[in-house]
Design a protein around this ligand. Structure first.
Ligand SMILES: Nc1nc2c(ncn2[C@@H]2O[C@H](COP(=O)(O)OP(=O)(O)OP(=O)(O)O)[C@@H](O)[C@H]2O)c(=O)[nH]1
Length: 496
């Protein structure tokens, strides 16, 4: 806004002439038009306002500056007297802004990482970012990295865990990992009822989940063929004066909760549960959070489909072979999905979104992570191991588990955590099953969707959805096989 007294002065002047007055090296006399040192460079503004050839701040030292030679406006600076300023003085007055990259060169970053690792007493080979040891970095470090990165992560209240469940020797710097199931509830899904368990732990501030499939627990009249899959920490006594209502509210009950049925559970003895030999070991999946794939149905990855497929397969009734005494029968499916909050293979949603843009430029999912200064995979499975033990799954003397995965690193990591894996069950993408087998059921006896369902795209990756197919997804799946060693049958055409 100009002072009133100056209005008369500028009337009739062109915009460029006004800018000329305001930006001249010698300010107008005091009390008249005030020179304004705007945030935006006024010379640059003048250049942008000129309608002639492209003018930059450098052109002001040349003779085609638009005001030179024109009649000098009243109060305007006479540009014919203008002399270039001493460049060193100019630099002193207005230091040049420099763009400082926040992303250090990868070579430097790796060195820093190695130093940190050495400080922590762990040295790893950083020359090959896809090497297994990279993928199996100590979870504590990874978790602290990813929790600091994902600012959107929920911040639960501090936990005072009651049950120590880690079987792994810890370094001196880290306290023993403990997890505690804070609450459990029944959730009906398109595949049948599940029990959702919410866990806290003393390593990160994230709320990891266990989706337990064991509908037999809901039916009091069903003979129990296998031990119920229950959380030791949830069923434990939390305080001397806890009430039955408190236990029931957090999910420590047995049977089906209703207005007329409220049976608090008893603390489980520490003995691991044993499944009879005739019943297959529970089927489990360790699943990593993927907002895009699971919530908005992104077809860049198969995460939503995998979560759905895992719950579906775990919920399938289990056939029990006949014996001399009994006819063949089926029992409800048993198992669990351990849902870890390690979005984007541990790099967080923000970095994953950036990685997607790099993928759109033509880079694959692995290279995109590396370009952002991350590892190909920054996930850890220590907490998953602790949750499995809390549920009595995969313990050395108790039930072994069958694991749904194609990811060899995941298997090694869980075995390192002491989880007893008795079988790997492949996770074949639905679209791949469709094209490999047109006969209704695939080799594993899994129903292949009808032709009409195959290319369903709407909600296809949501729970209860169908097969999903797309160019981005195919590229992603190929990369998992070719660069991350995933154990999937690749067709010859895919390898191209
Ligand atoms: N950084 C990054 N993460 C991704 C991308 N696509 C999916 N993810 C994440 O990858 C994780 C799922 O990993 P997958 O490799 O699909 O599956 P996996 O769990 O390792 O292996 P499987 O057990 O065989 O399914 C989730 O955390 C997703 O958010 C991507 O393009 N970039």
């Amino acid at each position: 806004m100009l002072p009133d007294g100056d209005l008369g002065l500028i009337q009739g002047l062109s915009d460029l002439e006004i800018l000329d007055i305001l930006t001249a090296p010698t300010p107008p006399p005091k009390g008249r038009l005030q020179r304004r040192d705007a945030d935006l460079d006024p010379l640059l503004l003048a250049a942008a306002a000129s309608s002639g050839p492209h003018v930059t701040r450098n052109h002001y030292a040349h003779d085609f500056f638009p005001a030179v030679g024109d009649p000098v406006a009243v109060g305007a600076y006479d540009w014919t007297n203008w002399k270039p300023e001493d460049s060193s003085a100019r630099q002193e007055r207005r230091p040049r802004l420099k763009y400082v990259s926040r992303q250090g060169p990868r070579s430097q970053k790796s060195k820093k990482d190695i130093e940190q690792e050495k400080e922590n007493g762990r040295v790893r080979d950083s020359s090959d970012p896809l090497h297994c040891t990279e993928n199996l970095l100590p979870a504590a470090r990874r978790n602290s990295v990813s929790s600091s990165q994902s600012s959107d992560a929920p911040q639960p209240s501090p936990v005072v865990p009651t049950i120590a469940v880690s079987a792994r020797s810890q370094t001196e710097t880290l306290p023993e990992l403990t997890v505690k199931c804070m609450a459990r509830t029944r959730v009906p899904t398109p595949h049948g009822p599940v029990f959702l368990h919410l866990y806290h732990n003393n390593r990160d501030q994230k709320e990891h989940l266990a989706i337990v499939v064991d509908p037999a627990q809901l039916q009091d009249d069903l003979p129990s063929f296998a031990p119920p899959i229950r959380s030791r920490s949830l069923d434990a006594v939390w305080s001397e004066n806890e009430t039955e209502m408190e236990r029931i509210t957090r999910g420590a009950y047995t049977g089906r909760l209703s207005a007329s049925s409220q049976i608090p559970s008893k603390p489980l003895d520490s003995q691991p549960s044993i499944t009879p030999d005739s019943i297959p070991s529970p089927l489990i999946r360790i699943h990593s959070e993927c907002f895009t794939g699971e919530t908005i149905g992104s077809m860049r990855c198969d995460c939503g489909e995998q979560l759905d497929e895992a719950i579906r397969q775990i919920s399938l009734p289990i056939a029990i072979p006949s014996s001399d005494l009994s006819p063949p029968t089926t029992i409800p499916g048993r198992g669990a999905v351990i849902y870890l909050r390690q979005e984007g293979r541990g790099i967080g949603l923000l970095s994953k979104i950036r990685a997607y843009n790099l993928q759109d430029l033509g880079h694959d999912t692995v290279t995109a992570n590396l370009m952002l200064g991350h590892k190909a995979d920054e996930r850890g499975y220590e907490i998953a191991g602790a949750i499995l033990r809390d549920l009595g799954l995969g313990t050395k003397v108790g039930e072994g588990v069958r694991i749904l995965t194609n990811n060899p690193d995941k298997m090694y990591a869980l075995e390192k955590e002491g989880i007893r894996i008795v079988e790997r069950v492949p996770m074949i993408p639905r679209s791949w099953r469709c094209r490999q087998n047109d006969h209704g059921h695939d080799e594993a006896g899994i129903l292949v969707p009808e032709e009409s369902d195959r290319m369903t795209v709407k909600g296809a990756t949501m729970i209860g959805g169908g097969a999903v197919y797309g160019e981005d997804l195919d590229k992603y799946l190929r990369t998992k096989v070719l660069r991350m060693g995933h154990m999937l049958p690749l067709l010859a055409e895919d390898a191209l």
